[in-house]
Design a protein around this ligand. Structure first.
Ligand code: MSP
Length: 498
């Protein structure tokens, strides 16, 4: 049995979760389900990033303590994950004692190894980004709330690991994905890498984890947050479990947090002498009608509203099908409804309605026993048999939309097959041939459904229950002749464009 350890970023609890948070978490869930289906042992980690200035400011705005703020907002994420059918294995919160202990342990180890020193630093500090920015970054004008700060702080000798990091990225093409992000990081690493300021004086910002070697400071929020990936599997506490899971197969992240994951985190792991995650995959952003989603513009899409109105499966399907790996994607209600109608109502839902309707009419609702196959049936058998490998190939390239397309191609091919074979006409003269056509079409639907289960767990479960084929695998023959198909409602009723 192989193991698959997948992580999402841990989200800041400064506001309600939005479609961007939902996207990465669904992606992790879909990958987990695909791997579980293949018999892999899966550890799926998600959680919340509860320290730092952003969370502190959000709490102050609400007039509550930061811990109370986090405790009150955390359930919003949990409820959303529940509604979105997210089967995480662990939900970490960085204020949990288990995490605080590991962060302090890690800091002490890195300190003892001589990789942390104190220095006075004057620089441009972006409150919004919670980090010192370079003069070039300041000149770009991209950063809000920039002020000059002169402070004594603690630094991590990140520069010491620059050459090792470059070599690792060059030697492992799969480490940073997609490849244009890998090139971006290699480009960034052409400049000398500075050291990383890992502390915040409590006089300025006290919401964080105390440095174990200097109680006047708390830990920089990113150093604290990244460590979550090793806290959860049990670093320093449960060595067996830690060895079982670490390194992670993939850290799924958005493109805006690539530097922290592809530069800070690996150098921290180098200093600790731990292996690096196999892949850091940076996905693109969801744009709303071509523009950036922003609270001030008022175009933030709340995933809960969508789920309440259209159901969980269409939302999961749309997000997974529409975003091409590594690129930005555009969310509009119009594109959501179009995709729903074309793929789910017309193709997938319609195939079930057709085979269900014809079997009811022509075979009394019982799945017929197929007779001799002709070339058209052999073609469908071949597509079904080739599907697992094709889908695995897509997934090994992190292409969930590609995997979905493979399964939907089978659905479309089967709809065309029914049209061209016209079993309602054949039934007038040849019931054995009609039986073969309807068995073949229904079995192809079953196989496609098995492959779509990771993306749409609820509806595919309904379809498999209707076909009496729960728990069947992707290979040909899971559908049993003689199964009585119950009457059912339309799976995906067509939506009107609003
Ligand atoms: N707390 C840090 C992550 C620490 S991980 C050790 C953080 N949190 S966040 O809540 O601000 O963002 C979490 C994720 O949401 C990021 O991966 C970011 O890319 C993603 N998204 C934010 N807006 C998004 C879209 N519009 N579309 C897709 N993802 C987006 O950063």
């Amino acid at each position: 049995m192989k193991k698959f350890f997948v992580t999402t970023p841990i989200y800041y609890v400064n506001d309600k979760p939005h479609i961007g948070h939902a996207y990465t978490t669904i992606l992790a869930d879909v990958l987990s389900r695909f791997h579980r289906q293949q018999g892999d042992d899966v550890f799926f980690l998600t959680g919340l990033d509860e320290h730092g200035q952003k969370v502190l400011q959000a709490a102050e705005k609400r007039g509550v303590s930061p811990q109370q703020h986090c405790d009150e907002l955390a359930p919003r994420f949990l409820q959303l994950w529940d509604k979105l059918e997210i089967g995480y294995s662990d939900f970490i919160r960085t204020t949990q004692l288990r995490h605080v202990k590991v962060v302090q342990d890690v800091l002490q180890k890195v300190y003892d190894a001589g990789d942390i020193y104190q220095d006075e630093y004057t620089g441009w500090y972006s409150v919004a980004e919670e980090r010192f920015i370079t003069a070039t970054e300041k000149e770009s004008g991209q950063f809000r709330d920039v002020k000059e700060l002169k402070e004594k702080n603690w630094f991590f000798k990140m520069s010491k690991y620059q050459a090792q990091l470059i070599k690792t990225i060059e030697d492992n093409p799969g480490f940073i994905q997609p490849s244009h992000r890998r090139n971006e990081i290699l480009g960034f690493l052409k400049q000398p890498l500075g050291d990383l300021c890992i502390s915040r004086p409590k006089s300025r910002m006290s919401w964080g984890i105390d440095l174990p070697f200097d109680k006047d400071y708390v830990t920089y929020v990113w150093w604290d947050a990244l460590v979550n990936y090793i806290t959860a599997p049990g670093y320093g506490v449960d060595e067996n479990n830690f060895k079982k899971w670490w390194p992670a197969q993939v850290h799924l992240i958005g493109k805006d947090i690539l530097t922290t994951h592809a530069v800070y985190w690996p150098t921290m792991l180098f200093s600790l002498g731990l292996p690096l995650p196999q892949t850091i995959f940076a996905h693109g952003w969801w744009l709303i009608g071509e523009s950036k989603m922003s609270k001030s513009v008022g175009n933030v899409v709340n995933p809960l509203d969508l789920v309440d109105k259209y159901g969980v499966d269409p939302v999961r399907y749309f997000l997974m099908r529409e975003m091409i790996l590594g690129q930005d994607a555009n969310f509009t209600l119009d594109s959501f409804i179009k995709r729903y109608n074309s793929d789910l109502a017309n193709d997938f839902g319609n195939l079930l309605n057709r085979v269900g309707g014809l079997i009811t009419k022509l075979f009394n609702g019982e799945v017929p026993k197929p007779g001799k196959s002709e070339a058209t049936e052999t073609e469908i058998h071949n597509i079904v048999n080739a599907l697992p490998e094709k889908i695995n190939k897509c997934l090994s390239e992190w292409s969930v939309n590609g995997a979905i397309e493979e399964a939907m191609n089978l659905v479309r091919h089967t709809n065309k097959y029914i049209e061209s074979q016209a079993p309602w006409k054949v039934a007038k003269t040849d019931m054995e041939r009609t039986a073969t056509i309807l068995y073949t079409a229904t079995e192809a639907l079953r196989a496609a459904t098995v492959h779509l289960a990771a993306v749409m767990p609820a509806k595919t479960n309904t379809v498999l229950a209707i076909l009496g084929a729960k728990g069947t695998g992707p290979s040909w023959g899971g559908l049993k002749p003689g199964t009585k198909l119950p009457s059912h409602e339309a799976l995906f009723p067509r939506l009107e464009v609003e």
